[in-house]
Design a protein. Structure first.
Lengths: 329, 554
């Protein structure tokens, strides 16, 4: 077994460990979600705000005793479980990054040469991006909903999409590969966060705060941040994802000009990317149009993410085109 | 198109009767207003996305004509109807064109008035401070030791990058009152306009490329074969822009010397490389050949033309020796049917040398033709030939040899890669033998004619592209992205400051009240913290200690 094979195996192990840790994290987060009480969080937040304004001497007192982890009495079991889950998410992110780096070392190329590697990168981007945008206490409870699609994508990546560590075909040997594909996969990860936020917004607006009725969905909605917060999160993430994805398409066109002899040729992948971009453009316009601002805009955002998924799975695996690099044959 | 505002004149009582002209203008005006409204733009965006879907899911003529023909053949009733609605030429169809033309008309109709408005907005001073700053979503108040004029001077000095106007007096009617109105974020609208104008520019540049550009493909055997772009006829396939009549192509000659393909052990390609020579422009007069190397992802760029290495395959060489000792040698590309093993198929036709037969008719009936398979690395299952590796390591051919009328003189077009089955069925072309040959091996027919497989040579498929507007497409795309980023990142903010002498003035006491109010015109999220920071910067040490900046839920 060569050194590269060993590295490839380590990469796979890292990915599988990430999956296992993610399952564990999700179990903890679901447990938190199930036992969560919205009012407690509000109380706790108020307290945190107050604590942040206390004089410095008080803080010193509170953190005294190095090495001893003291629980503040107000932290409920539910929150402790949730915090454990979120700590594990950081571990997942680390393992995913390790898996990608090891695969790059094993194949001696940029590790974005097939669908497995693409989805792994997109999941990593989604988790890392989630760690940034969901760091506020108000958003923390949403992790469950972000991790479920990530888990599904990782499962598909490891089973259906898996491709052995191998070199790539001549067309992919270009310095545009790391630039174009990284931007697209990171953009996909960001759109995943945005799509989840919009779905939750739609759930939330169906059951507004304080008007939750009984029922499963109402019970799920009850624990979510209020609709406006979710909507803002969706918008803030989309305005990051949209220019990034647009830049990815333009860079792809620049690459296509060198590789295929034209910058745009309505290849199925190009066509659906165009559709996706137009749908997200429609989302941004809908946000500025009266009567479309809320539910309709959110549905458009969800449609954009569906187009993204369609582009990734159906176009690569069912429709044949120039982007058929899945490595599945 | 982030805001809908076609300026609507105040509604006037409609006159009881309106002339035909008046009704027509009203209709045009209302249509124009409807078309340029945001709602219409949204609907058109959706239509554009929807219209593009069949382009991704159905086979398209622009990508693969053969697939389209198969698709239609498989659906005898539905296929022709779909074809009629141009579902196989989506991106050139009347309905797709209609949608994007309407979208761009709507866009221009929305953008032009906004450009004018923005121009005016840039020349208009920021609006006067509202009467009651406390009603604003964010506001703060403090007293400072400076005079009102000095306090405002200091604040104005800190508001660099803002558009500031100072007004003496004010709505509150205090003596010595003065206000500052400051606004920033004008670039947001500018970026938005640049984005949309660039979008129009992009469409124009793409259209120009389609009108004045062309691209053609040509197969060349990598043994020094050359061709020149004298006319579309010198290409195997050619797609011309609408303004081209086939003359006036950029003159260029290409000669292909070598081709090399590197493969991994599992047969996966690593890189394709071809050494060529070319003449361009003035070189043609001086007959200077310049060296160049083509690789995947590395085309030759010269002037406004590009030469791409698009494909490759094998061209076998056969020699026919007639009983009288005369020979004819031919090298012809065969189609690589299997992309992984390069098992290729093709045909060849040999005319007997002149003078061998008394008349042309007799000569035509004694042509030699062959058809079969070529394997770069041969493997035989019994006598069946397959290929096991794409590189030429152990080449062999499996051919049927025919004698008779190969159809060369019929004048009707034939496939390059197969013989005409009709001629064979009619008995005009008669099979003589079926053999497997390795290089140098030959088969002798009953009449003493010998057919020898000499060797195979690589061929390359080159594409010559000419697009004079391509760099303008790139320029438009870059300015589009720049405009988009600016319009998404820049935030529009308004801040007002009001200073007036405090009612009671004792010695040593602070004597000027300063009020600050702020309004976020876009991107409210985070504005609260931003306002607090701004207050700290503007007032320095006089800033009321946090969290004095009251926050109202907006």
């Amino acid at each position: 077994m060569t050194q590269n094979d060993t590295l490839a195996r380590y990469s796979d192990w890292a990915f599988e460990s990430a999956f296992a840790v993610l399952v564990l994290a999700l179990v903890l987060l679901v447990a938190e979600y199930a036992t969560h009480r919205a009012d407690v969080v509000a109380e706790r937040e108020r307290e945190l705000v107050a604590a942040g304004r206390r004089p410095a001497s008080d803080t010193v007192e509170r953190t005294a005793g190095p090495g001893r982890v003291e629980e503040t009495p107000k932290r409920t079991l539910s929150q402790r479980v949730g915090n454990m889950g979120r700590a594990l998410v950081v571990v997942v992110a680390g393992l995913l990054v390790a898996s990608i780096v090891l695969r790059g070392l094993a194949t001696e190329r940029f590790p974005l040469g097939n669908m497995y590697e693409f989805v792994a990168m997109a999941c990593t981007a989604a988790v890392l991006f989630g760690l940034v945008v969901l760091r506020k206490p108000a958003y923390r409870i949403m992790w469950v909903y972000l991790l479920v699609p990530v888990l599904i994508l990782m499962f598909l990546a490891a089973t259906v999409l898996y491709a052995d560590a191998a070199p790539v075909v001549p067309a992919l040997r270009s310095f545009w590969l790391p630039i174009h594909v990284t931007i697209i996969s990171v953009g996909s990860g960001i759109f995943l966060v945005s799509g989840v936020a919009s779905l939750l917004f739609l759930l939330r607006i169906r059951f507004p705060k304080g008007e939750e009725h009984s029922g499963v969905f109402a019970a799920l909605a009850e624990r979510l941040p209020d609709a406006q917060t979710l909507d803002r999160l969706a918008y803030r993430t989309t305005i990051i994802g949209f220019p990034l994805f647009g830049a990815g398409i333009i860079l792809g066109a620049i690459w296509a000009e060198a590789a295929w002899g034209r910058f745009w040729g309505w290849d199925p992948k190009e066509t659906v990317s165009f559709i996706t971009w137009v749908v997200y453009a429609a989302y941004l316009h809908a946000r500025a149009t009266s009567g479309w601002r809320n539910t309709r805009a959110a549905w458009i955002n969800v449609a954009g993410f569906i187009a993204m998924l369609f582009n990734l799975f159906i176009i690569n695996m069912v429709v044949s085109g120039l982007h058929s690099y899945a490595g599945l044959n | 198109m982030t805001a809908t505002h076609t300026p609507t004149p105040a509604p006037q009582p409609s006159p009881p009767r309106q002339g035909a002209l008046g009704r027509a203008t009203a209709f045009v005006r209302n249509t124009w207003r409807g078309l340029t409204s945001m709602r219409t733009a949204l609907v058109l965006l959706f239509l554009l996305a929807l219209a593009a879907i069949p382009g991704a899911l159905l086979p398209q003529r622009s990508l693969n004509t053969q697939k389209v023909d198969e698709y239609i053949a498989a659906r005898p009733t539905l296929g022709p109807i779909m074809d009629r609605f141009e579902l196989f030429d989506v991106f050139g169809s009347f309905w797709f064109t209609a949608v994007y033309v309407l979208l761009f008309v709507s866009l221009v109709g929305c953008i032009l008035p906004r450009c004018v408005e923005h121009f005016h907005a840039l020349r208009t001073p920021p609006v006067a401070a509202p009467r009651n700053l406390q009603r604003l979503p964010h506001h703060t108040q403090t007293t400072v030791a400076d005079s009102p004029a000095d306090a405002l001077d200091r604040i104005q000095g800190e508001l660099r990058g803002w558009k500031v106007v100072r007004r003496e007096g004010g709505a509150r009617g205090h003596d010595g009152e003065a206000t500052l109105s400051a606004e920033k974020g004008y670039l947001r609208e500018a970026g938005n306009l640049v984005f949309h104008i660039s979008l129009v520019g992009l469409l124009v540049a793409v259209a120009a490329g389609k009108l004045f550009g062309y691209e053609g493909q040509r197969i060349l055997v990598a043994n020094g074969e050359e061709f020149c772009t004298t006319s579309p006829a010198s290409f195997d396939s050619f797609r011309a822009g609408s303004t081209l009549d086939g003359t006036g192509l950029n003159p260029m000659c290409v000669r292909v010397n070598t081709f090399a393909a590197d493969y991994l052990d599992n047969g996966q390609a690593e890189m394709f490389t071809s050494d060529i020579e070319y003449q361009y422009g003035g070189d043609l007069v001086t007959n200077t050949w310049r060296d160049a190397q083509l690789k995947v992802n590395h085309p030759l760029r010269v002037g406004s033309d590009r030469v791409y290495l698009q494909g490759h395959g094998y061209a076998p060489t056969f020699t026919v020796t007639w009983p009288n000792g005369e020979t004819r040698t031919e090298t012809m590309q065969w189609a690589p049917d299997d992309a992984t093993t390069f098992l290729s198929s093709g045909a060849m036709r040999f005319d007997p040398p002149g003078g061998m037969y008394p008349d042309a008719d007799e000569r035509r009936k004694n042509q030699i033709a062959l058809e079969g398979l070529f394997a770069p690395t041969a493997s035989f299952h019994g006598t069946l030939l397959t290929s096991i590796f794409p590189a030429m390591m152990d080449p062999a051919v499996a051919i049927d040899v025919y004698k008779g009328d190969s159809g060369l003189d019929t004048g009707s077009p034939q496939s390059l890669f197969s013989l005409n089955k009709e001629l064979i069925n009619q008995g005009r072309l008669v099979k003589q033998d079926r053999v497997n040959l390795r290089p140098g091996e030959s088969v002798t027919l009953a009449d003493g004619t010998e057919v020898r497989f000499d060797k195979a040579t690589d061929f390359v498929n080159l594409q010559v592209s000419h697009d004079p507007a391509q760099q303008w497409v790139l320029v438009a795309a870059i300015s589009m992205m720049a405009g988009l980023l600016v319009s998404l990142l820049v935030k529009r903010r308004r801040v007002w400051a009001r200073a007036y002498p405090s009612g009671t003035v004792n010695d040593g006491e602070r004597r000027t009240v300063v009020e600050l109010g702020g309004l976020a015109r876009t991107d409210q999220a985070g504005w609260g913290d931003e306002f607090d920071r701004l207050v700290e910067r503007l007032l320095g040490d006089d800033a009321p200690s946090a969290p004095a900046a009251q926050e109202k839920k907006n």
